[in-house]
Design a protein around this ligand. Structure first.
Ligand SMILES: [Fe+2]
Length: 179
């Protein structure tokens, strides 16, 4: 007979801890993935934006460590599939988009997607930390959120101020057969 698995009830405090562990995993995965974006971006400003955000991401990971110390918790090893999927998508783009301008456009879009995903997670964690009265935790999370927002704005700007337009192929080159 299989022993019934003991189910521990989870409350918002536990869910906040899971969110923080997720964020910790997401930032660690991004520290591994961002150097590939720096390497494969051909537009200098884009490569620089990814490189700057890599440094910020390392600081964000340190803030998360500080949060775990404040809460007297250990960052348990939790694997977030969503960020791994996004990192795999980036690798697919690098392998499959051979036109360099188009690849830059794809990398801008992938970066924006990751920032928005991170922002959504930070926003929830901030609102839960606030509700639970963990003000120091909330403030540290807020600093990370601001950096994610700025990174998103920077990438969006680079896309809209030239990188996307440079990626338009002419009619003889593209397989797009829209009317
Ligand atoms: Fe980020």
């Amino acid at each position: 007979m299989i022993a019934a698995k003991k189910i521990t009830p989870m409350y918002l405090q536990d869910l906040l801890l899971v969110k923080l562990q997720s964020l910790n995993d997401v930032e660690s995965e991004l520290i591994k993935a961002l150097p590939r974006l720096v390497k494969h971006a051909t537009d200098n400003a884009l490569a620089e934006a990814f490189s700057l955000h890599l440094n910020e991401t390392k600081t964000q990971a340190e803030r998360l460590s500080e949060i775990f110390s404040l809460l007297d918790k250990k960052p348990a090893k939790l694997q977030v599939m969503a960020i791994r999927g996004m990192a795999e998508d980036v690798d697919w783009l690098i392998r499959n988009v051979s036109d360099l301008a188009a690849r830059d456009a794809a990398l801008v879009a992938a970066g924006c997607q990751v920032e928005q995903y991170e922002m959504a997670t930070y926003e929830t964690a901030i609102s839960w930390a606030e509700l639970l009265g963990f003000n120091d935790v909330r403030d540290l999370l807020q600093q990370n959120l601001v950096e994610e927002q700025e990174a998103l704005e920077k990438l969006r700007g680079l896309g809209e101020q030239g990188i996307y337009e440079s990626a338009i192929g002419d009619d003889t080159e593209t397989e797009f057969d829209g009317e």
